[in-house]
Design a protein around this ligand. Structure first.
Ligand SMILES: [Fe+2]
Length: 402
């Protein structure tokens, strides 16, 4: 298959899934903000189209064809989230998605990709738009969970029995030198350049921390034990009145959580999710362990194959393995590393994707979740959030010095 055909097919497949997701959203929720952190879900669909249009037009030095929609769907400080609820009707958003896509594919057809211009070479702008669309599919899944929470339980699912979970175990990892990051042209700027890193021996959890383990932390008054929390962590906990993962619903009958299609029972062995970096740090303290560094987490991820690449309704329970498992496509895992540039980093194609977040305040997550689209599942992929953020599919894996 030639390069253009490959790009076209992947864009088309991604778009089919995006449109299926759009049809799953109850229409009354398209313009509604269900959480302070998020834009209304309808905005994301226009934003996917606008981003593709913007980078293709920029690569071709063409003006945007619809300035007004181009601004409405831009993720810019001048267009804050509270301004994004005033959306056109769904049909108009779908028209905009179709028009911009047709323009983009016509431009791809006409363009020579064997050129030096970095926005055009090997179809960079289209590849960037493709990965961006995949990323927003996960954000849309997060919003689907929040919408289900807003709708409330339609029926009560059968709870899982929570008497015991799998026994947490650690594996030894020997010291080693490996190539961290990548020089792959279509990787994000923050993954580059590839560089050698030497890691001292360490221990790493064979699986992410499970929901059952987290319930033991709660039972042991982990949230109330000040000594487990940093000063900032305590301030965050008190402000948020955090007593358990944000999306848990616990009653006498069991543990439940909202998934993209409604309330479901939490399996005791599934990875805990929707915990902040502060909570993850306190949990690690409680267990006498620590969060892995980003280097350690990438070292073990190289060579890992995702257990499944298709996004699904929720995480599978983790399994007891001989080695280290569930490294990709299970849950995003917090590391103890702030999101910083690698030596030789160059912001591309713009500062706003990575550089503006490299301020020492954001922490890196690795691995990808059950809701992450396949092209993002790579060992070098870096995700990052502020330490108080816990609305994504975020969990943790423990590490310790050896
Ligand atoms: Fe975006």
């Amino acid at each position: 298959m030639n390069r253009k055909q490959d790009i076209r097919e992947r864009l088309t497949n991604a778009r089919q899934r995006t449109l299926r997701m759009l049809d799953e959203i109850p229409p009354e929720f398209l313009t509604r903000r269900v959480h302070d952190f998020y834009s209304p879900v309808g905005w994301h669909f226009g934003h996917i189209a606008r981003t593709e249009e913007y980078w293709v037009c920029r690569a071709l030095r063409d003006p945007l064809r619809d300035e007004a929609l181009g601004f409405l769907f831009a993720d810019l400080p001048t267009n804050p989230k509270e301004n994004r609820a005033n959306l056109p009707l769904k049909e108009k958003i779908v028209d905009y998605m179709r028009d911009t896509r047709e323009h983009s594919l016509r431009a791809l057809e006409a363009q020579d990709l064997n050129v030096h211009d970095p926005l055009l070479a090997d179809g960079f702008a289209w590849e960037f738009a493709f990965q961006h669309e995949c990323q927003h599919q996960e954000t849309i899944t997060e919003l689907q969970c929040l919408i289900q929470r807003e709708i409330g339980p339609q029926e009560r699912p059968e709870p899982h029995i929570w008497v015991q979970g799998i026994k947490p175990q650690m594996s030894d990892v020997v010291a080693g030198t490996f190539v961290m990051g990548t020089d792959w042209q279509h990787a994000y700027d923050n993954e580059k350049p590839a560089h050698e890193v030497t890691v001292a021996p360490f221990k790493i959890g064979r699986s992410p921390v499970t929901a059952f383990e987290w319930s033991e932390f709660i039972k042991d008054r982990g949230y109330e034990t000040d000594s487990l929390w940093s000063e900032n962590g305590r301030a965050w906990r008190d402000e948020e009145k955090a007593t358990r993962p944000e999306y848990w619903h616990v009653d006498d009958g069991g543990h439940f959580i909202y998934g993209p299609t409604g309330l479901r029972a939490i399996h005791p062995d599934e990875p805990v999710a929707s915990v902040s970096w502060h909570e993850a740090q306190a949990f690690a303290q409680w267990r006498g362990a620590r969060l892995p560094t980003e280097e350690e987490r990438e070292l073990i991820a190289h060579g890992a194959s995702p257990r499944t690449v298709a996004p699904r309704e929720g995480p599978d329970p983790v399994s007891a393995t001989d080695g280290v498992g569930e490294l990709l496509a299970c849950i995003w895992e917090w590391t103890c590393s702030p999101f910083m540039p690698y030596h030789g980093f160059e912001a591309f194609p713009y500062d706003g994707y990575s550089l503006t977040h490299m301020d020492g305040r954001h922490y890196v997550c690795r691995g990808g979740s059950w809701a992450t689209s396949a092209p993002i599942l790579r060992p070098t992929f870096r995700n990052w959030y502020l330490p108080g953020y816990r609305q994504g599919f975020l969990g943790l894996r423990l590490a310790a010095d050896n």
